[in-house]
Design a protein around this ligand. Structure first.
Ligand SMILES: *Cc1c(COP(=O)(O)O)cnc(C)c1O
Length: 356
């Protein structure tokens, strides 16, 4: 028998989450964001379950080509555009829509020899100050691109730094409106948070990512608990050892946890080499034999130790859920200051994945 850890990908949940995203923005077309190997879920595994989408958005040219090679004929958007002028040849061959965020990309497009024009997402900087043109420079960049024979349809693209809150989109929307003035352009602005919570941002195309995978854009499960979204990934394993501690006995590397009194401890087959973060502290929620309990002591490379006090019936072979339908990935992440995004993206290659 192999090690008991397994990640399960629930395709029905993926389809359901896409339907929830669509209902939230019924008048917009929808890019399903599948960057970073579909947020750790495996782009090859999930893309067909997202067949109802209008297009796929991602970052890596390799992932875009993989989708085309598997027979995907929907629009594919490169969220950060091309990273080198030589890539344009592949955008042309595979018919990819590209974001454009810098002047060097405009120049490269002007000089490229294409078989047909490419559709462009011109990125404006909404105030996040990562990629894109300032609203004052946007017109100029737009006109330059518009005059190129190599450019087909054009869309204004922007991204929000704080779409979890109503105030977070006020200034960015002002900047975007300023940039779009007099252009009569299609727009794509909304990530998951804006798709769920800010209809005024929806416009022509929304770009949800995290909600497709059933986690919260705010990092708080409560914020999406009644939305109909369902976790897509479950990470499950088993107890492989039991220790009966005497008062004062320590557990794991660095003796970071000591039993106050007698205590039963379970040893779980999962560690940081599986993608469970080493900095998860004592107290991180975990489900053992259907009962919510907590981790104790340091996370090892291949093992986690848990408190069996609430589940005295648990023993070797008892089922453990690290995250999934019962223990929400958002709650696990929140207990050590990160977000579900990071945990799902970090699922290690050594973890076997089952699709159901
Ligand atoms: C990742 C990303 C998204 C999706 O963000 P979520 O918060 O996962 O919905 C949308 N747009 C851009 C430009 C992105 O990089």
């Amino acid at each position: 028998m192999s090690r008991p850890i397994v990640a399960t990908i629930n395709r029905a949940a993926l389809r359901q989450n896409l339907a929830v995203a669509r209902q939230a923005a019924p008048h917009s077309r929808l890019w399903s964001v599948v960057k970073a190997n579909a947020y750790g879920h495996g782009i090859e595994r999930v893309w067909k379950s997202l067949a109802e989408t209008d297009g796929f958005a991602l970052l890596d040219l390799e992932e875009a080509i993989l989708l085309r090679d598997r027979g995907c004929r929907k629009p594919i958007l490169l969220l950060e555009g091309f990273f080198h002028p030589n890539d344009i040849e592949l955008l042309d061959r595979y018919r990819l829509t590209t974001s454009v965020h810098s002047n060097w990309q405009i120049k490269a497009l002007a000089e490229a020899k294409l078989s047909a024009p490419l559709d462009i997402y011109l990125k404006m900087n909404s105030g996040m100050n990562r990629l894109g043109f300032q609203s004052e420079q946007f017109h100029n960049a737009w006109q330059k691109l518009r005059s190129l024979v190599n450019v087909g349809e054009m869309t204004l693209m922007a991204h929000f730094a704080e779409a979890e809150s109503a105030e977070g989109i006020v200034e960015p929307m002002q900047r975007i409106n300023q940039a779009a003035q007099g252009l009569d352009c299609a727009r794509s602005l909304a990530n998951s948070a804006a798709t769920l919570w800010h209809p005024q941002t929806h416009h022509n195309w929304v770009r949800p990512g995290i909600i497709l995978y059933g986690a919260s854009p705010s990092g708080q499960w409560q914020d999406i608990a009644s939305s109909g979204l369902q976790p897509v990934m479950s990470l499950n394993t088993e107890i492989i050892g039991i220790q009966q501690l005497a008062a004062g006995a320590a557990v794991g590397y660095g003796a970071r946890y000591r039993a106050a009194g007698e205590q039963r401890i379970g040893v779980v087959a999962c560690g940081y080499a599986d993608g469970y973060p080493r900095h998860a502290p004592t107290g991180t929620p975990i489900l053992v034999d259907g009962t919510l309990t907590r981790t104790v002591g340091a996370i090892s490379m291949d093992m986690i130790t848990v408190d069996l006090t609430p589940c005295p019936q648990a023993g070797i072979g008892s089922k453990v859920e690290l995250w999934g339908n019962n223990v929400k990935i958002d709650d696990v992440a929140a207990s050590f200051g990160t977000v579900g995004y990071e945990l799902m993206c970090a699922l290690a290659r050594r973890v076997p994945v089952v699709v159901e």
